[in-house]
Design a protein around this ligand. Structure first.
Ligand code: NAD
Length: 503
């Protein structure tokens, strides 16, 4: 018998929570117990069309709302997110599995983007040029593009929706959100808070589902832009189909982030950073440090790293003292197990094997404890695949140049970090490394929102990054006005048929 009644997740259309008439539903499991806790609909085509109608109708007025109105709504949203931090974190821990403290971090990193969106009057300022010709001035506006949409992954149920809808709405667009079907609770709560903050009904709509909902978004001509964060193959599909249909697409995808350890680095600080960045959130972060590259003598730190990894507490996310929560699903865990197994067959060594971990009281959870693999080369499965679990792959090289060559050879370019006490080494690394988010003695260098999230290579498709200046560019288009205000009337009646040169 279930411990609690299973409830359904609703669509949000025109400011109202609407029970879906879906015929297909996803079971949402708590990852620690695998108990079904919610039913998530595959919104019907009629419901999704209604959501787009609602966005289209609201855009007529929202695009002309004053910038100060939109700014004050963002200030309200910041306040409400802070006030509801506990409820948001609880929802994330229940549906996604990460620890409560980590879930608060998930919300806070998204909140920072909303705080930045409070700066929308300055962010939307265009350019001006006076007297470009006699009595003629030119100026540009950043204007909204229409209906935008967001397709979210499971691993940051609050942060990623917050990378998307607040900035899009602050720019004067309306928005359709499709949260991950595996943990839509935080996105639903955020949408409710957005309405409480003053976002008018219909400006933000939420639909649910998997591939069908995504393909609806990609094919619906009234949707002008698609923001996607998720896995490699889905991101490629979204970019190809979306751009073919004439939409703007920003697609952030998979990663394999390398942490390069120089022997002169502060040993304690580096080990703390490595272990937290590899195993926190059960390794299910796109910026997790999943490969460590020991340069020269730093390889001697391996035993200490294993000791620290072993000491992490694996348990349900809501239990105080938990370091590593469950993985999102049995399928994700079994895939990680299989990659580890294959790598051992390929000759890798398991210094720490987290596959046998069980948690009393939560025997059915998707557990995998911290796992450390050494003796790895770049042809092995564990190096080639994004494992997205608590698995740290260790590679050893002799020199910084070898480390740089190794990292640059990797197809992904989301992030990297170097740990060193040498400014010259750090400078050389940052200058020569191809990955787009670089940490120097900083393990998970997700940029704050006055910059943008600048993953590169196979980790992104599209020209404009999420949030920051690039995010504003993505959600707006430029309108440039050339104006002539001349005193007195023209005296000669004669049309010029040559191209105006404005001189
Ligand atoms: P996913 O690709 O499985 O799901 C993401 C979204 O795509 C979901 O909303 C899902 O409903 C939809 N989807 C799933 N299958 C689909 C299909 N066949 N056709 C169309 N849509 C489909 O990703 P996930 O497992 O939820 O998230 C983990 C991935 O996200 C990892 O690869 C991680 O690296 C990546 N990620 C990247 C960043 C970044 O900024 N680069 C940030 C967070 C997560």
């Amino acid at each position: 018998m279930p411990l609690r009644q299973v409830t359904t997740v609703k669509n949000l259309i025109g400011g109202k929570l609407v029970e879906s008439k879906a015929t297909n539903w996803f079971d949402l499991h708590n990852p620690a117990s695998n108990e079904v806790i919610f039913k998530v609909p595959c919104s019907t085509t009629a419901e999704m069309k209604e959501a787009v109608d609602s966005c289209a109708e609201s855009f007529k007025t929202w695009q002309h709302s004053t910038i100060m109105t939109r700014q004050s709504i963002m200030f309200n949203l910041v306040r409400l997110i802070r006030a509801n931090m506990g409820e948001l974190a609880k929802s994330i821990t229940t549906e996604q599995g990460k620890t409560l403290a980590d879930a608060e971090g998930d919300v806070l990193r998204g909140l920072q983007v909303v705080e930045h969106a409070c700066n929308i009057p300055s962010l939307l300022m265009g350019e001006t040029a006076q007297t470009i010709a006699q009595d003629m001035d030119a100026y540009s506006f950043r204007t909204p593009i229409g209906i935008c949409s967001g397709i979210c992954p499971f691993n940051f149920p609050a942060m990623i929706p917050l990378w998307m809808f607040p900035l899009a709405i602050a720019c004067g667009n309306t928005f359709i959100m499709k949260p991950s079907e595996r943990d839509p609770g935080a996105a639903m709560l955020l949408a409710k808070l957005a309405h409480e903050a003053g976002v008018p009904a219909g400006v933000l709509n939420v639909i649910h589902g998997g591939a069908d909902a995504v393909n609806f978004i990609l094919d619906e001509p009234r949707i002008k832009a698609v923001s996607f964060v998720g896995s490699d193959h889905v991101g490629h599909h979204i970019w190809e189909r979306g751009t073919k249909n004439g939409k703007r697409v920003q697609s952030n995808m998979g990663a394999k982030n390398h942490g390069v350890i120089m022997a002169d680095a502060n040993r304690t600080a580096t080990l703390n950073a490595l272990v937290g960045a590899a195993f926190g959130a059960a390794g299910q972060r796109c910026m997790a440090l999943s490969v460590v590259v020991f340069v020269g003598e730093s390889r001697q730190w391996l035993p200490d790293l294993v000791t620290m990894a072993k000491s992490l507490k694996v348990n349900a996310g809501h239990i105080p003292g938990t370091d590593v929560g469950p993985m999102i699903s049995p399928k994700a865990r079994d895939r990680a197990f299989a990659i580890v197994e294959k790598s051992v067959q390929q000759g890798a060594k398991l210094l720490l094997d987290g596959r046998g971990v069980t948690v009393p009281g939560y025997e059915k959870g998707n557990w995998m404890g911290p796992t450390v693999i050494t003796g790895v080369n770049t042809d092995m499965e564990c190096y080639k695949e994004e494992i997205f679990g608590p698995v740290l792959v260790c590679v050893e090289v002799e020199t910084l140049d070898e480390a740089i060559a190794l990292v640059n050879k990797n197809q992904w370019g989301n992030g990297t970090a170097i740990f060193t006490a040498s400014g010259a080494v750090a400078r050389k690394y940052t200058a020569q490394i191809e990955a787009g988010n670089v940490g120097i003695n900083v393990p998970i260098p997700v940029p704050l929102p006055f910059f943008s999230f600048t993953g590169n290579k196979r980790s992104i498709l599209g020209d404009l990054n999420f949030y920051g200046k690039a995010g504003v560019q993505f959600y707006t288009q430029l309108k440039t006005v050339t104006s002539l205000w001349r005193e007195g009337d023209a005296t000669v009646l004669k049309a010029a048929t040559v191209m105006p040169t404005m001189r």
